[in-house]
Ligand binder design. Structure first.
Ligand code: SF4
Length: 345
């Protein structure tokens, strides 16, 4: 997808015009510690409720993604590749050049009101995190959630962002009138690993606090244990520590997903691995020799270990947190053996 497919609008900055043509609205930077070094490209999108390409292979058909790029900056992020479609850099550019669809709430509301809309399930957080830091400033999600609530439209949401708690009341109201599935992504609890591989995200413990808070307010929340990173977070003690923490937070489910390395993410991750864990490079080249996915035997082993631990710690069945209309596999319960269009949030 190219930039011009995303946007309409007549105003634009010179920088955007040079980069993206006449379609960008404006480019902004904010001189606050939180946003230093980050450029926001504000656009008025043509559409926001989008059908998933090749939906027959996906567990959901419709998505809403108000942002492109993600300041959470996870090294392994699958969505890096999609930044390349906009002629943006998939490495640091993905972390710092953020596209903001400023008209997302009005587009969602208009689409849901259309007589042609059938009230299908909408998945959010499937490409990049809708509760990344930019959301604190742009506040697109309250308008989107209010539209979904007003139309009693079922939806699911996957995030690593603690900012979701800002919208707790809207989520609660939506859950009263429709199916709402929320999942938080916590792949591991190792602080040292978190700081280097997910440098822009809230700490795992803070994400688990989100699960705890949602549960305390009667909103069930699953944990997508993603990614499990071979040789770095897959030891028996590490898996146990993570599942134990997930259980203690009151998650309704835990679903493991082994790291996958598709083009765009693969190069960035392997260069990070070479800098931080050079002794593992050869092992990774062997494990991912067949392509983007770790071998089936490895994925099955991790799944079995996590499911055994989930039983031991009495976490509910793997699809307990799913909305009724989207059962496993789903945005919060992705299969471990197939190509899944998730950014490993
Ligand atoms: S994995 Fe999710 S949270 Fe991390 S950078 Fe990608 S979209 Fe953002």
């Amino acid at each position: 997808m190219r930039w011009e497919n995303l946007a309409t609008g007549s105003e634009h900055s010179r920088a955007d015009a040079a980069l993206f043509g006449a379609e960008a609205v404006t480019t902004r930077t904010f001189d606050t510690p939180e946003f230093r070094g980050i450029t926001f490209h504000e656009i008025r999108a043509r559409s926001i409720v989008n059908r998933v390409p090749g939906a027959s292979r996906m567990p959901f058909e419709w998505t809403v993604n108000p942002y492109r790029g993600c300041t959470h900056a996870c090294v392994y992020c699958f969505a890096r590749k999609s930044h390349g479609y906009l002629d943006l850099d998939t490495g640091l550019g993905f972390d710092s050049q953020i596209v903001v669809k400023v008209n997302a709430p009005e587009l969602v509301r208009r689409r849901l009101a259309s007589p042609r809309w059938q009230g299908e399930h909408i998945a959010m957080g499937t490409n990049v995190d809708c509760y990344q830091r930019a959301e604190g400033r742009y506040r697109l999600m309250p308008g989107i959630l209010a539209a979904l609530r007003d139309h009693a439209n079922p939806f699911s949401l996957l995030t690593k962002g603690t900012l979701i708690l800002r919208d707790l009341e809207l989520l609660r109201q939506a859950a009263e009138v429709t199916d709402v599935g929320i999942s938080v992504s916590v792949g591991f609890t190792d602080e040292g690993l978190w700081r280097t591989v997910e440098p822009g995200t809230p700490a795992p413990e803070r994400r688990l606090e989100v699960v705890r808070t949602l549960a305390a307010h009667g909103i069930g929340c699953g944990v997508l244990m993603a990614p499990v990173i071979p040789f770095l977070s897959d030891g028996p003690d590490q898996l146990r520590a993570t599942v134990r923490a997930v259980a203690a937070a009151g998650a309704t489910s835990v679903t493991p997903l082994v790291l996958h390395l598709r083009p765009g993410a693969r190069e960035w991750f392997m260069s990070w691995l070479g800098r931080h864990h050079p002794y593992l490079v050869r092992r990774y080249e062997r494990l991912y020799a067949e392509g983007a996915y770790a071998p089936k035997w490895y994925q099955r082993r991790i799944t079995r270990q996590v499911h055994d631990l989930a039983r031991e710690y009495r976490i509910g069945p793997a699809d307990a947190g799913m909305p009724r209309r989207v059962r496993t596999p789903g945005p919060t319960g992705a299969p471990v053996s197939g190509p899944v269009q998730l950014s490993l949030l």
